[in-house]
Design a protein around this ligand. Sequence first.
Ligand SMILES: Nc1ncnc2c1ncn2[C@@H]1O[C@H](COP(=O)(O)OP(=O)(O)OP(=O)(O)O)[C@@H](O)[C@H]1O
Ligand SMILES: [Mg+2]
Length: 349
Amino acid sequence: MKNAIETHDLTKVYSNNFKAVNSLNLEIPDQTIFGMLGPNGAGKTTTIKMLTCLIQPTSGTATVGGYDVQKNPDEVRNLLGMVPQQVSLYKDLTVMENSQLCADYYGVPHDERDSRIEDLMELVDIKYAKDKVVGQLSGGQKQKASLVASLVHRPDILFLDEPTIGLDPTTKRTLWDLIRELNDSGHTIILCSHDMHEVDMLCDNVGIINTGNLVAYDTPQGLKDALLESNRQEMTEALTQISEENEVSTSTKEDFENLSLRKMSVLLKNQDEGIINQIRLINDVKSIEVARNGRINLRIDAFDDMAVQNVLDKISQSGGIIKSIYTEEPSLEDVFIKSTAEVNEDDRV
Ligand SMILES: Nc1ncnc2c1ncn2[C@@H]1O[C@H](COP(=O)(O)OP(=O)(O)OP(=O)(O)O)[C@@H](O)[C@H]1O
Ligand SMILES: [Mg+2]
């Protein structure tokens, strides 16, 4: 598969000598949705600015749609659309006028221009404000106006820098659907977001950037699996330590327990002490507690593939009827926290 974006040792040192992006090597396959995660100040916006030719790299190279961002910036600009983190529309112009300006800049055929804009406005539900000046819009309305303006020339590659911040839940979902539709029709999407659920749901691949470095890159599931695997390794190390040391510290014990356990919660229609006692007897169940809302909260062995099934079997054998159930998987948020935990404080200033 062709890559929509490739960077080789891409680096940005700002004029105050701060290295915001440090030798970034990144490949984003064509026609995929890529999620860029990273703590505040990690270098995401700086990377996007270099890829969209808004700032020059200090060293290294980057290609967008096969064009070099430094040698062929005009070709790159024609391929891409950008919804910036800070809305950059003209405040004194209306939503319609801003979109028309963008359309004209990109050479959208004149006879198609206004109908395209109105279709997009309908899609993100901002048509009712088309004649309002941008300066008088709410935060979410500005965001929608910015989307319309950046999509009007149907860019092959679309950069969205935290596009759903400040959007209400309904509009957020509309935008997610729109991102999926654009991708289905062949567009590559680069999405910067702090919303882990959004990234998990939408993205084919996720890159995590920390202090200007790419610290993880995989599919969302791949990242979660890798976290479980690394937990398992840490647990093995903790086990070795426990067997070697006579006096085990409380924190080692706690680490060990947290790593090896998974949360599970069940709500029964016919809960009684007998069923709970039966669950208590299962080997994989390490703790059990009945919450005020009636849910039975369990801690089970995280690495035994049969642990959940064993609990379910025992409940049905004891005549229990399950109304609701969930288990807690490692989330993308867990992956984020772990892979960005190690920060060299010197790199941050
Ligand atoms: N023009 C500039 N001059 C100097 N330093 C800058 C400039 N712009 C950004 N930085 C620094 O570069 C680092 C990366 O900033 P960037 O905006 O790329 O972060 P980010 O990952 O997008 O963060 P956020 O999640 O908060 O949007 C930060 O430490 C920031 O202070
Ligand atoms: Mg940013």
